[in-house]
Write a protein that binds this ligand. Structure first.
Ligand SMILES: C[S@@+](CC[C@H](N)C(=O)[O-])C[C@H]1O[C@@H](n2cnc3c(N)ncnc32)[C@H](O)[C@@H]1O
Length: 212
């Protein structure tokens, strides 16, 4: 799987030309690299700063993250949210939750975050709130289900952001059932009359969707 889809020198240039994340998030990256398997799951500076920017611009009061891992994107979103905003995070990995919570406890934005352990589909089924902002970044097989369930709960004007929509470039030449699922998800969102969207080539692809 290629680490970079964009030319690596260009990716590096974009990285150094983007303001750094706060020191606590840099520490979180180091801790994730040291203690967790597969640290590249963490979305990183370009996605994280994009999420923070989008949250700061839209000031969501009620937000959701599907797939929290060690909390990098959660803290990035929370940083942009108003002080009384609430971000619900779905995660199935207890070790990731434990590490994330240690960083949330040290962050001035941590009080905005509530973690729900368990499969996101179950959490969503019991979620009775109107969403302003959602970041979808868990198991790709369920992306379309997550999108549909989140869209139902999203207010008009609310954002739904899906990560890894380029799927390491495999959406161009799909070879597996999972590749096809990503292609179909992207196709259906682009054709969905309920939303407008922009498909950004940031890192592994970010689909920014706004409900009409
Ligand atoms: C790519 S990582 C998330 C990275 C994180 N958003 C970040 O940017 O740092 C995906 C996470 O989704 C979690 N996950 C996978 N399937 C899930 C499910 N059905 N429900 C909830 N979480 C799930 C995994 O345990 C993993 O931590």
């Amino acid at each position: 799987m290629p680490e970079f889809l964009v030319d690596e020198a260009i990716e590096d240039y974009a990285y150094v030309s983007t303001k750094a994340e706060p020191p606590l998030l840099q520490e979180l990256i180091d801790a994730t690299n040291e203690h967790m398997g597969w640290p590249q799951k963490l979305s990183g500076r370009l996605v994280g700063r994009s999420l923070k920017m989008l949250a700061a611009l839209t000031q969501p009061k009620q937000a959701l993250e599907i797939g929290m891992f060690t909390g990098y994107s959660a803290l990035s979103i929370a940083e942009g949210m108003p002080v009384d905003g609430k971000l619900i995070c779905c995660e199935t990995n207890p070790r990731a939750i434990e590490m994330a919570q240690r960083f949330f406890d040290r962050s001035e934005h941590g009080h905005k975050i509530e973690v729900i352990f368990g499969r996101a589909a179950d959490t969503l089924a019991n979620l009775d709130i109107e969403l302003d902002f959602t970041f979808i970044d868990a198991d790709k097989r369920s992306y379309l289900h997550y999108y549909e369930e989140v869209k139902k709960r999203t207010r008009s004007g609310g954002l739904i952001i899906l990560d890894n929509v380029l799927w390491s470039g495999k959406v161009i030449q799909p070879e597996s059932e999972l590749d096809d699922i990503l292609v179909e998800t992207n196709r259906l969102i682009a054709a969905d009359p309920d939303v407008e969207n922009v498909f950004l080539t940031v890192r592994d692809g970010m689909n920014v969707v706004r409900k009409l």
